[in-house]
Design a protein around this ligand. Structure first.
Ligand SMILES: Nc1ncnc2c1ncn2[C@@H]1O[C@H](COP(=O)(O)OP(=O)(O)OP(=O)(O)O)[C@@H](O)[C@H]1O
Ligand SMILES: [Mg+2]
Length: 333
């Protein structure tokens, strides 16, 4: 089916949200526009403070926008929040979302009753979601006795209990082990594919976006920098990234900013080996030669270098000139 035939589920136009803190005004969202359709897993990817949670809170009616319009299933989040709430659900990876002294099953039952589900329907849904999320053997344990991973599986199950058209997930796999994160991701893919659900996912995990999102919007300082499929975004970079290991420490890489065709770079220091690993987003092969020559010209030693398939990290670097971690430090200052 062509994408324009699929039902429009989320539509955001020029959304703005400001917060007044003590001294200054913070602009958490600065003119965000996007559209998400049925069956899509849409990722909002950005560093700390980019505005992801603010966007999710507005779309799930927990927070009002300062200006702009957001519609979910055609309903305005600001003026028709009850209608929006009836067709969505949400979960966050950082909240502790359950009652400790009742069982996992009891928790799911409790939420099913908040939605007024008939008991047969509720039982069937709990059974189905538990099977899909590998919870069968854990349903009768008290919530507080579950490991972080199983608690999060219950939290995810809860977010699907009302058969929502759209599920908003804020960092759903944060702090989870690889196996748990994988089973949650498989579950999300299945729900989108088989039930046409829209999954709207905020994360700073590039690998997660790469693994499950049909489309992604990269967000930084309240603005969407670009939006496309992960594959198209990576392809748009043209050449594989250049990785250089450079010594001695501390290294001065200012010269890279002046190398023609360098779109940005990130640095991580390996104290033990006494070197810095520099990932450079390059426009062309000639640019690689210039960057490598620049190391020697600046009086440093090139320990090793290689090329690496571009990831969404390089896409971000090419857009802002810096990596996620470096950006988070900048914004935190
Ligand atoms: N209630 C609030 N009061 C004041 N400022 C806020 C509030 N909520 C968010 N902010 C600010 O708005 C900006 C965006 O925050 P938000 O939590 O949406 O970012 P995020 O992308 O979810 O970040 P993270 O990856 O750390 O979760 C930040 O500068 C944050 O400090
Ligand atoms: Mg957040």
């Amino acid at each position: 089916m062509l994408s324009h035939e699929l039902e429009l589920r989320v539509e955001v136009q020029n959304l703005r949200r400001e917060f007044d803190s003590k001294e200054k005004k913070v602009v958490a969202l600065n003119g965000v526009s996007l559209k998400v359709r049925e069956g899509e897993i849409f990722g909002v990817l950005g560093p700390n403070g980019a505005g992801k949670t603010t966007l999710i809170r507005i779309l799930s009616t927990l927070l009002l926008p300062t200006s702009g319009v957001a519609r979910v299933m055609g309903f305005d989040v600001a003026s028709e929040p009850e209608k929006v709430r009836a067709v969505i659900n949400m979960a966050s990876g950082s909240e502790r979302a359950g009652y400790d002294y009742i069982s996992a099953r009891g928790n799911l039952w409790f939420f099913s009753q908040l939605y007024g589900l008939p008991s047969e329907v509720a039982k069937a849904r709990i059974k189905r979601l538990s099977q899909l999320l590998g919870l069968d053997d854990y349903l009768d344990r008290k919530f507080y006795m579950l490991s972080t991973g199983y608690r999060q599986r219950v939290t995810i199950a809860r977010a699907f209990i009302n058969d929502p058209k759209i599920v908003f997930l804020d960092e759903p796999t944060i702090g989870l082990d690889v196996m748990t994160a994988m089973s949650i991701r498989e579950f999300l893919i299945k729900e989108a594919k088989e039930n046409g659900r829209t999954i709207f996912l905020a994360t700073h995990n590039m690998a997660e976006v790469d693994a499950i999102c049909n489309r992604v919007a990269i967000i930084d300082r309240g603005r969407i920098l670009t939006s496309d499929t992960p594959t198209n975004l990576k392809r748009s970079l043209g050449a594989p990234a250049l990785v250089m290991e450079v010594s001695p420490l501390p290294v001065n890489l200012a010269f890279l900013n002046a190398v023609e065709g360098v779109k940005g770079f990130t640095t991580s220091v390996d104290e033990e080996r006494g070197l810095a690993r520099v990932q450079v987003v390059v426009e062309s092969e000639e640019c690689v030669t210039r960057a490598l020559a620049g190391v020697a010209a600046s009086g440093m030693r090139l320990v090793s270098s290689w090329r690496q398939q571009t990831t969404l990290e390089e896409v971000f670097v090419s857009l802002v000139g810096r990596g996620f971690v470096e950006r988070e430090h900048e914004v935190g200052e």
